[in-house]
Design a protein. Structure first.
Length: 184
């Protein structure tokens, strides 16, 4: 996954433009305590690397809104990553606070992204309608909440990956001629 612009702040790949730098935040109390293996984060990592992007940061945090928000801010403001993907904490339980943490630190929402994820997921399971995932922008960083399960991560990323280079180009100010993203 590469942005199609010719210049950017991150590394370049010959003739393909700047590589998209991605941060991954796994949100899970049990994983942060070492009681359960992180499965969502590795699923993101695998698909992002296969798409040609680079992992700029990868952390595991408990379901604590301030810790989630602090990682989002650090990845956007200090590391200046193009994209931050969270996994976990988007359901209906009282400990699922990833959407609240994300909303607390974004400049504006991008509602079409979670709408597309839920629409695609609803074709597979009615439980998709209970997702509270959000997406938004902080500075020039796109932040997207993904489900916690590796299956949910893969299904959602399959929907999102074709549009992400265009979104990153827009945020970088490298809009070109607004070519439509090609379907995969």
């Amino acid at each position: 996954m590469r942005a199609v612009a010719e210049h950017g702040q991150h590394g370049h790949h010959a003739d393909h433009g700047p590589i998209i730098a991605v941060g991954i935040i796994t949100v899970s109390d049990s994983t942060s305590r070492g009681e359960r293996e992180d499965l969502g984060g590795p699923a993101i990592r695998e698909m992002i690397l296969a798409a040609g992007a680079a992992i700029g940061a990868y952390v595991v945090v408990p379901d604590e809104a301030e810790q989630i928000a602090a990682q989002i801010r650090q990845m956007a403001d200090e590391r200046r990553l193009d994209l931050v993907l969270t996994t976990g904490g988007t359901g209906l339980s009282a400990r699922d606070v990833t959407p609240q943490a994300t909303l607390a630190c974004i400049d504006y929402e991008v509602p079409g992204i979670p709408e597309a994820m839920r629409a695609a997921s609803l074709l597979k399971t009615p439980a998709a309608m209970t997702s509270r995932a959000v997406a938004g922008v902080r500075g020039r960083t796109l932040i997207i909440n993904l489900p916690g399960s590796p299956k949910g991560v893969r299904e959602c990323l399959e929907v999102l990956l074709p549009a992400l280079p265009h979104a990153v180009n827009l945020l970088r100010g490298e809009t070109g001629d607004h070519q439509r993203p090609s379907p995969s």
